[in-house]
Design a protein. Structure first.
Length: 223
């Protein structure tokens, strides 16, 4: 994610305080300060102050980056496929996606939610096939996803539901998921959407950044 001018200035202030306190030598301070104002992304700023006390609050983590992707890759898969005929299926919550996951729905529907999922391998292929039915795949905003399915008298596509905010770049250590397949007289939708827990985390982060009190702090005392 692109770094803002405010983030660069906050890092610069942390460096100034560090050199004044003797935590940094002058030559190291100058090198870090130069790197600060040349930084273009959040990832370039974080290492510059990682070993220093924060000034005015830490550099905010980029939105959508709370997922610990390395810890979510590896292990035995708990599901490698799903099937629905005149009914439906659901894969969501804490589950482990196999390297190849195949889903089929005919005259029915299915839900595949990857927002809290783990992945048996870093490269995953999810194949979705539906005939006169529907399938919804929900992914976190920072997951590396490629969609290349085919819709015949139906639809196969991707859209975002991030409350009009800029869509974050995929995390470099996130799994690579390719979603393919076809929809015949039906549809497969791939939606980028935050989980409720992630939305609450971002709201709390924004509240702390703006210095707003908790909802309970605004209660007036009686008497």
């Amino acid at each position: 994610m692109r770094a803002s001018d405010a983030e660069r200035e906050r890092v610069a202030e942390t460096l100034r305080e560090a050199v004044a306190e003797g935590r940094l030598e002058m030559d190291e301070f100058e090198q870090r300060l130069e790197a600060t104002f040349k930084a273009r992304t959040h990832g370039e700023l974080v290492p510059l102050v990682r070993d220093l006390p924060a000034s005015g609050g830490p550099v905010a983590a980029p939105k959508g980056s709370s997922a610990n992707w390395p810890a979510r890759i590896g292990g035995a898969s708990t599901s490698s496929g799903a099937f629905a005929f005149w009914g439906g299926f659901s894969r969501k919550g804490r589950w482990t996606v196999g390297p190849k996951f195949t889903a089929f729905a005919m005259w029915g529907g299915g839900e595949i939610d990857l927002r809290e999922a783990h992945f048996a391998e870093r490269d995953v292929v999810i194949r979705c096939f539906t005939i006169m039915g529907g399938m919804q795949v929900t992914v976190p905003p920072d997951l590396n996803v490629q969609v290349n399915g085919l819709g015949v008298m139906g639809g196969f596509g991707e859209h975002s539901k991030l409350d009009d905010e800029p869509e974050p770049e995929p995390e470099p250590d996130a799994p690579r998921v390719r979603i393919t397949g076809f929809a015949l007289m039906g549809g497969v939708g791939v939606e980028r959407k935050r989980s409720k827990a992630e939305k609450r985390r971002l709201q709390e982060q924004e509240r702390l950044r703006l210095g707003k009190p908790d909802a309970g702090d605004g209660r007036k005392e009686l008497g």
